[in-house]
Design a protein around this ligand. Sequence first.
Ligand SMILES: Cc1cc2nc3c(=O)[nH]c(=O)nc-3n(C[C@H](O)[C@H](O)[C@H](O)COP(=O)(O)OP(=O)(O)OC[C@H]3O[C@@H](n4cnc5c(N)ncnc54)[C@H](O)[C@@H]3O)c2cc1C
Length: 398
Amino acid sequence: MALRVAIVGGGLGGLAAALFLRAAGVEAQVYEQATELREVGAGIVVSPNMVRPLARLGLASALPSFAVRLEEAWEFRRWQDGRVLFSQKMGDECERLYGAPCYVAHRCDLLALFQGALPTSQLHLDHRCTSVRDEGQSVQLVFARRDGSEVRVEADLVIGADGIHSVIRDAIAPKVDARFSGLCAFRCLVPAERAPAMALRPVQSVWLGPKRHFVHYPISGGRFVNVVAIVPAGDWRTESWTAKGEISDMKREFAGWDARVHQLIDSATDTKRWAMYDRSPLERWSVGRISLLGDSAHAMLPFFGQGAAQAVEDAAELAECLRDVGRDSVSAALLRYEDIRRPRATQVQLMSRGREVRNHFPDGPEQERRDRELAEGDPLRQSAWLYGYGQDATPAGA
Ligand SMILES: Cc1cc2nc3c(=O)[nH]c(=O)nc-3n(C[C@H](O)[C@H](O)[C@H](O)COP(=O)(O)OP(=O)(O)OC[C@H]3O[C@@H](n4cnc5c(N)ncnc54)[C@H](O)[C@@H]3O)c2cc1C
């Protein structure tokens, strides 16, 4: 009998898992609580370590049709005058070093790409998981539907891809609260025709200043500029991607900054405001026939733009571990997956947390040292480690 795999959560991680499993000959069922798949209006970096696995699925060739290919991935600038502190070339150099380009995309477009590649028969919308129980020989799941009915499912293994507030994680790991970073993010999508020219370059710009930083890059084939401004949260605690913020509050946060930052803020028509949480690394991802993937396993701050990339890496590795596995070997395969993925995802999670300090030094000795290091060379010394992950496994020219 074919392995019965249930994936809880139809975000980028859950859909990627279903796609890689399918390519490995395992047909997984994805159960998503929402009645339609939706992503928030925001940008996402599709870094080479995400592009390469997508190429193996035949999906990377679609990226140029909606994403922007970056020429520079990290252009750090000084808050006061826009002086460039460091710029990481990511054009042809990126392909040469990491075997794939680096893109920035609208999240909705990326999710649509994944959804379009998955047969509709494998996606079950309006299924909110309310209970998961490992009974040794199988796992029992219960899903609530909007009409009040319940659906019961039996699976040989369950993958929790249900995000930072995962119910699957709560079933297998000690319950821990998400850690509040003390920061919040203002996020805007600015139509290109309103944005200043410097924001339309195929560059991810990161302006560093005391206690805050300001990020922007073009998405959607250059039709919009994605803006993310990270500032102290004050008493803002709403952890929602859709909560509305005030542009005037955002503007006040950047008083005294370079005029180009204000030009970009002034060209925005509305903003969302999101309190930023992450989680500390888990000691286990897999127990018996249940395992975790993506944000449910390693929710991280977005300062390396790696959350979804790590979820895609998880998905690719999970599929390899489950290839040709029988029902009796599921637990061992999930432990193998965890052994391969947990050290790396944990390191990216902790590195992302480290940037909340380093990006925000007040002007003074620490900031001067950081800026000197930036001027002296590649501050992303981990680049090869980060972007080149599993590179040997990628067929040339994929
Ligand atoms: C501001 C910001 C910028 C970011 N930028 C980047 C970036 O540039 N690059 C990058 O790689 N990553 C980035 N990330 C991180 C990235 O968005 C996440 O890591 C990624 O979306 C995680 O995907 P996921 O599928 O694991 O979880 P999610 O996207 O949270 O998906 C979880 C899914 O599970 C569903 N679900 C939840 N509970 C249940 C349940 N009980 N039953 C059924 N379904 C359920 C949800 O409805 C949702 O669809 C950013 C994040 C933020 C907040």
